[in-house]
Design a protein around this ligand. Sequence first.
Ligand code: NAD
Ligand code: DAU
Length: 351
Amino acid sequence: MDKTILITGGAGFIGSHLVRLFVNKYPNYKVVNLDKLTYAGNLANLSDIENAINYEFVKGDIVDADFINGLFRKHQFDAVIHLAAESHVDRSIEGPMDFVMTNIVGTANLLNAAKSLWQGDYTNKLFYHVSTDEVYGSLGEEGMFLETTPYDPRSPYSASKASSDHLVRAYHHTYGLPIVISNCSNNYGSHQFPEKLIPLFINNIKNNKPLPVYGKGENIRDWLWVEDHARAIDVIFHQGKNAETYNIGGHNEWTNIDLIKVICQVMDEKLGRAKGESEQLITYVTDRAGHDMRYAIDATKLKEELGWIPSLQFEEGIRNTIDWYLNNEEWLNNVTSGAYQNYYEQQYADR
Ligand code: NAD
Ligand code: DAU
């Protein structure tokens, strides 16, 4: 094997797409997927590659420093691509401490383990940290986030991700650790846990349940096909410059309400419902506390320096996504049984 790479959070939404891409595209890389398998982690996301000879799954918690140090000693990783995180803003509002522990302490543990294993010999070594556009805060009607935009996180989730970004940069400046960070906009596609807007609304429409639109539905997000995010990480991992930051985005801004109406229209078509039927499920509910108004990524640097552009137009991507959830009823039923029901009732009861 040319390299042994640790991918953390590989059983989650984006991580599973990235693991699949690396295992299939790079037979000479050994990919170790470390995941705690929280509610958001699901090994069924990787059933197609679970027996690949260049792939190994390890169940474990990045917050456990002894375990992490042992794992690094055992596998002698050449590189880390760190995605493991608590990722849902609403959950961070209800319970910030899991976010502090996993996103901040967990990242520090991985940095310490890499520093201690590599011992200052950084030839062909890399710590790649996967972050979010939410660290930049909230935009007004104009402008986009650049790599140089000052940090202004406003939720416990984004503050924990911003902290982890700062730690990663600090380990570069202080200890010389080779690092790269990417900050991406909202992802959509298959295998996303149905607490997030798009899969939640697809699932609710399917089950004729209300569609809880926060506030007036005027908040804006910039949506990117998850496989394009995985491709961007691949490009940055191989060609990105040491200590650089790359923004990744879809140039694809939608107000929530317009996006929801598109989902309703496609669902009417796919389910053979009358035009406009699913839109009747739209219910305006109490806004998210501290709800960021608008995110928009300027990904010019990634395009001009590394040649990456999104491959899929949103109109096609959203149809593919809806088809995937409708064709994978068992996956959806499995992840929405049990603890999900309690979460759903608590999250939406008082709105
Ligand atoms: P996800 O919630 O679907 O997956 C997170 C994964 O991390 C899960 O498999 C979970 O089991 C694992 N995990 C959580 N805590 C852990 C711990 N303590 N130890 C080990 N594993 C743990 O998240 P996602 O949407 O795939 O996001 C992945 C990464 O990308 C995150 O770092 C997130 O901040 C970032 N990101 C996400 C988006 C998005 O739109 N989803 C956009 C930009 C950046
Ligand atoms: O921008 C990148 C971020 O995108 C990632 O870092 C996060 O991990 C990811 O969860 C996502 O955060 P958002 O808060 O933007 O995504 P979410 O799907 O939770 O919400 C999208 C928009 O939809 C947001 O404006 C809130 C709104 N919303 C969401 C839910 C769950 C609703 O109106 N109703 C809902 O029930």
